[in-house]
Write a protein that binds this ligand. Structure first.
Ligand code: COA
Length: 230
């Protein structure tokens, strides 16, 4: 017999709470060629400044830009579902595989940070996670969650909400796939699937689809991120 305690016990409670929330799923595919190229162009510059640059900082910044337009997705709901509180800070949480198990630290105020600053903080969180040193200050206060299971594999996922948040997205692996271009020719494209789960008590499919379309547009044309830089 293996007792379920500590972090795993917390997970049991969180999952039981989440299980009571009626959710719906929405999925789409993202053409990653633009972001693959942009990251390749910037990776060495970031490395020269001591930071490992993955896709995630761009994907998180894109989420923050889209959340500006759809603030209800960056909110908390109370247990009885009587009040939905839109959160001013985009504290974007990230499911992280650590030696202590699955942890979901967040990067605070993504709306006010550059892609480089987000990458820097993500590197720090990954280092703390691998050393088992993530604390309450890193784990509390998330307002929106992303899970990049694609680092390990897979295409689709049914992510479970991190209550009291109302939205979570899981990213599949970036893979080269055949797609038709506008001339009806088959061409190779780098494709990543996203699977969203949303709290259906406070969100509807149209809002989630519009948010996802806007987020996707920032990833497919990452230059757009520059236009909305603050
Ligand atoms: N598909 C293909 N490659 C990917 C990818 C994806 N979806 N996401 C990242 N990569 C690449 C990165 O660009 C990087 O490439 P490089 O070595 O050429 O620089 C490499 O894979 C490793 O990236 P990593 O630092 O792990 O990626 P990240 O910054 O995007 O993700 C974490 C950080 C914390 C999310 C990730 O390390 C992790 O723990 N993922 C597991 C999530 C999880 O446990 N989910 C469970 C939910 S139940």
């Amino acid at each position: 017999m293996v007792p379920i305690k500590g972090l795993q016990r917390t997970m049991v409670k969180t999952m039981e709470k989440a299980h009571k929330v009626p959710t719906f799923g929405y999925a789409d595919e993202i053409v990653m060629d633009g972001l693959v190229e942009l990251r390749a162009a910037l990776k060495q510059t970031a490395a020269d400044r001591g930071v490992r640059l993955s896709y995630m900082p761009f994907i998180m910044k894109a989420a923050s830009h889209a959340l500006h337009e759809y603030p209800v997705l960056n909110s908390h709901v109370d247990d009885e579902c009587t009040v939905v509180t839109h959160k001013a800070s985009h504290n974007i949480a990230l499911a992280m595989d650590t030696p202590s198990g699955l942890l979901v630290p967040n990067i605070k105020d993504v709306q006010a940070k550059s892609v480089f600053e987000i990458a820097q903080e993500l590197n720090e969180l990954q280092a703390l996670g691998s050393e088992g040193r993530l604390g309450a200050e890193h784990l509390k206060g998330g307002t929106f969650t992303l899970s990049n299971i694609g680092v390990i594999g897979g295409t689709y996922m049914g992510p479970i909400l991190v209550v009291p948040q109302v939205m979570i997205g899981a990213l599949g692996g970036v893979k080269k796939m055949p797609r038709y271009n506008e001339q009806d020719e088959l061409v190779p494209k780098m494709i990543m699937e996203v699977s969203w789960s949303a709290d259906h008590r406070v969100l509807d499919g149209v809002t989630v689809a519009k948010f996802s379309n806007l987020w996707k547009s920032y990833i497919e044309t990452p230059q757009k991120l520059l236009l909305d830089l603050r």
